[in-house]
Design a protein around this ligand. Structure first.
Ligand code: B3K
Ligand code: ZN
Length: 870
């Protein structure tokens, strides 16, 4: 395996650029002819070698200024043209290639999805179409002419505006598109197919009319409204909160079934995984609706943060991704519940990102070294990246942050920028020194804050001592001190908030932690306070403070900040987990602390105060969430303890679950916050009731009377997790009803993969041959295989190694067909350092088996190598 790493420090401005490119596609799934005519400009007068990226196509010929050109060398990754004989600094370069989209299972470049043809070019997919300066700092104006059969492909789409079209012989037609905005190749897109079209329009605040077009598979028009409404909502919000308006006359979204990730922000022509477009009450859950809204918004927001201002090189990916995730999170918070959004985002970050940062793949939000760029579209770059932007927002405040945004845009519009450009603009606009803050871009790992306190009753003085420490990570041994905004509050024993004072002044509730050890002092504190620390998760860190159960219970009951209440509950859950794991390992009987049970019981009694918060507090953390609370993960132990907690809560509050379940009545299905909240709580009650003697009848009825997917799925899930008698019937009914619908069947596949049954692996293996399953469809793979390896840790980590062998077999196949998806699915296997020795040995053996494969993809190679080196 020759996989060359690239380093951030080696960045060089390009010797050549391309200012304009004319693409001609003669589409055919078996044989597509591509002509790429580029205007090339020499930027470095000394440069004589023009290196172009390209692979996985049949190369026909190259011409310079319309003359055949043969001074080149071709290798597996590109073409090097020797231009030492060429005097001109500007010339026309024409390249002809032939592609077979029908056989392109990598789903990068030009490929076939169902009957349609579409592209995916980020990060480096354009080079699977033609030889190109395939790097984000080469910005060109694109003109795209598409020729195809008119019956199979009535719609021919690309970026920008449609400028011409016409009919041709043999039932063909053509369309020409022009994108006036110079862009990098990764934002190029082409779609050809037959769709149903939902059309609408949006008037921007400056009065321009924008045509909105949403393309879905034939017959899916009744699932397109929500996505369209979400788009309009996002366009409006971006004008109001960020002052940013859309810039083209048309905005198109196409939903396709075969897609490696969620969606892609191609200029003027977004391509989406149909999972993040299609929804109606019968097919989509409340969660799906929310996911669609936020992904539609995210891709739309990229038009400014990503497209108008793009990245200089891929190491800067977080410049657009971290910022755009921050923007989509703010959108969801402004238009829905801020606390609920914050809690869900933090839950995700603490579980998935913290685990990644403790794994062989640990990297800073701006990586230093990359072999396969697709491996760095990570929760670290995205979600931790968004946390870094959020910390800037916390430090600067909304007004200065927006001033920073305006300056950043003014300075960088139309350019390929760096993370440093962004921070510099924020610094310049706010006058706040961000020199130490910048370290968040270069340092990986999860910082740990250890907090101790001291109360001086005589002086009415309270001190908090904060020590910061970032443990070494796989990629980086030595760590330095970060600038950490630590938001706090102090509460009295009866839950009143104590104002933060120092020498008569009122203090800001955000402390600036910048040193290894720091003491913060508060005056006029007339009783020993209970500190609420890291409120709203003001920094992506772990915080350790030795709370008494009673203190947490007080915070849970009285804190005025919803996040603090929820976080107190999380600490209580974690305490119960750790104590019971210890008992489990000592073979003692498990116990649930009475005071914690009483506190949770009180939350349930008061549920009408805040429905959503009640649901979030009483939702038992998942096994994967619990896994992050211990040093060495015992998958069996965690599952046993969690089951015990589940049963205890179910029994203890049986009557309350039933009462609330019956009290909540929802007639017609509506996707509005009040109803989503009520359904959430009612379905939480159901999930606990499943473990009581009422389980089978309540769940069965719930399924029968469900008029929407949220409720049907809640019933199936409850039946499956509790192994109820009705389970098999309900699963069979659902299968029979939806077998033609891949997206809906994904829910069923995921349910099967997360069954608690001992023989679940056998079931999963059999389902690979289910008629609704398709190995080449990433959604199906993620639903079945992904759910098993990530959401069923007890069985994936079976001590006989069967789960590891299963995943390895899948990966061996995927390595050939779709390396990008393979590299996502391998994640749980490379994280062996968190497990006991026996499992470690088995996991390493599986990785070694993979590493011996001939033609191991760069994607898998990079991760396996990192893991085995660690
Ligand atoms: N920018 C794309 C992700 C591309 C992933 C390439 N492997 C979607 C997004 O973040 O909006
Ligand atoms: Zn994005």
């Amino acid at each position: 395996m020759v996989a060359k790493a690239k380093y951030r420090k080696d960045y060089k401005t390009p010797d050549f650029t391309i200012t304009d490119i004319f693409l001609d596609f003669q589409l055919d799934p078996q044989r597509t002819l591509v002509t790429a005519k580029s205007l090339v400009k020499r930027l470095n007068p000394q440069a004589t070698q023009l290196r172009l990226d390209g692979h996985s196509f049949q190369f026909e010929q190259v011409q310079i200024n319309q003359q055949p050109f043969s001074q080149y060398q071709q290798d597996g990754e590109g073409l090097t043209l020797d231009l030492s004989e060429l005097a001109a600094d500007e010339f026309e370069l024409t390249i002809n290639t032939i592609l077979v989209p029908a056989e392109n299972t990598s789903l990068q470049g030009l490929y076939q999805s169902g009957e349609a043809l579409c592209t995916q070019c980020e990060a480096e997919g354009f080079r699977q179409i033609t030889y190109m300066l395939d790097r984000p700092d080469v910005l060109a104006r694109y003109t795209t002419r598409i020729v195809a059969d008119k019956t199979t492909y009535p719609y021919l789409l690309s970026n920008g505006n449609k400028v011409a079209c016409g009919e041709l012989a043999e039932g063909k037609h053509w369309v020409e598109w022009q994108d006036p905005f110079p862009k990098p190749s990764y934002l190029f897109a082409l779609v050809a197919g037959d769709f149903d079209l939902l059309q609408d329009h949006f008037v921007t605040r400056s009065g321009r009319q924008v045509t909105l077009e949403l393309f879905v598979d034939k017959g899916n028009l009744n699932r397109a409204d929500w996505a369209m409404a979400s788009l309009k909502k996002a366009m409006k919000w971006d004008e109001e909160r960020f002052g940013l308006e859309y810039d083209l006359d048309i905005y198109m979204i196409v939903a396709v079934d075969f897609f490696n990730m969620g969606a892609m922000e191609n200029k003027g022509l977004n391509i989406f995984n149909s999972k993040f477009v299609l929804a109606n009450p019968q097919t989509a859950t409340d969660e799906d609706y929310m996911g669609i809204e936020s992904v539609i918004a995210h891709e739309y927001f990229h038009n400014w943060t990503g497209n108008r201002i793009t990245c200089r090189d891929w190491f800067q990916l977080s410049l657009k991704e971290g910022l755009t995730v921050f923007r989509d999170q703010e959108f969801s918070s402004d238009t829905g519940s801020r606390a609920v959004n914050r809690i869900n985002n933090v839950r995700f970050l603490r579980t998935i990102q913290f685990a990644e940062d403790a794994s062989p793949m640990s990297h800073p939000i701006r990586p230093e070294k990359v072999i396969e760029m697709n491996n760095f579209y990570t929760v670290t770059v995205y979600e931790k990246g968004a946390e870094v932007i959020r910390m800037l927002h916390t430090l600067l405040g909304e007004q200065k942050f927006q001033a920073g945004m305006q300056l950043y845009i003014a300075q960088n519009d139309g350019k390929a920028a760096t993370c440093e450009d962004f921070v510099a603009a924020m610094e310049q606009a706010s006058g706040i020194d961000l020199s130490q803050f910048r370290r968040w871009y270069s340092q990986s790992g999860t910082p740990e804050l250890t907090v101790t306190d001291h109360y001086d009753a005589g002086k009415h003085c309270y001190q908090l001592t904060v020590v910061q420490h970032t443990p070494a990570t796989a990629d980086q041994m030595d760590k330095i001190n970060l600038h950490i905004p630590l938001k706090i509050a102090l509460y009295s024993e009866n839950g009143d908030k104590i104002s933060l004072q120092y020498e008569g002044r009122t203090l800001n509730d955000v402390l600036n932690v910048t040193q290894k050890e720091q003491v913060f002092e508060f005056h006029n504190v007339y009783q020993r306070p209970i500190p609420a620390l890291l409120c709203d998760f003001s920094a992506p860190v772990k915080l350790d403070y030795n709370y008494e159960v009673e203190q947490l219970v007080t915070l849970l009951q009285f804190a005025e900040n919803d996040f603090v209440r929820w976080d107190a509950a999380q600490m209580l859950w974690a305490k119960e987990l750790r104590e019971n794991l210890m008992r489990y390992q000592l073979e003692q009987s498990l116990q649930f602390s009475q005071s914690v049970l009483a506190a949770f019981g009180q939350v349930l009694v008061d549920y009408q105060q805040d429905i959503e918060l009640t649901t979030l507090i009483l939702t038992l953390p998942k096994e994967t969430e619990f896994a992050e609370k211990v040093k060495t993960i015992d998958p069996e132990g965690i599952a046993v303890v969690r089951d015990f907690m589940l049963h205890t809560l179910a029994q203890q509050f049986k009557q309350q679950w039933l009462k609330i379940y019956n009290q909540i009545k929802l007639e017609q299905y509506r996707v509005v916050p009040e109803d989503i909240a009520l359904r959430g709580l009612r379905n939480l009650c159901l999930s606990y009731l499943a473990f009581t003697e009422f389980g089978n009848s309540v769940v069965n009825q719930h399924y029968l009377y469900a008029n929407n997917m949220t409720d049907s799925l809640a019933a199936l899930n409850a039946a499956s997790k509790a192994g109820l008698a009705c389970r098999d019937n309900l699963l069979a009914d659902f299968e029979q009803k939806w077998q033609q619908d891949g997206l809906v069947m994904d829910k069923w596949f995921a349910l099967q993969a997360t069954r608690p049954d001992e023989n679940v692996l056998e079931i999963v293996q059999q389902l690979i041959s289910h008629p609704s399953f398709n190995f080449n469809n990433p959604n199906r793979l993620r639903a079945l295989v992904g759910s098993f390896v990530n959401q069923n840790p007890r069985h994936f980590h079976a001590i006989d190694g069967s789960g590891y062998r299963f995943l390895t077999d899948i990966l061996l196949k995927l390595n050939e067909t779709n390396p990008q998806v393979a590299a996502r699915l391998i994640e749980p296997l490379i994280r062996f350092n968190r497990y006991d020795e026996q499992r470690q040995t088995l996991m390493k053996r599986a990785l070694e088996r993979l590493s011996e494969v001939e033609n191991l993809s760069k994607d898998l190679f990079e991760k396996i190598e990192k893991a085995l080196q660690a």
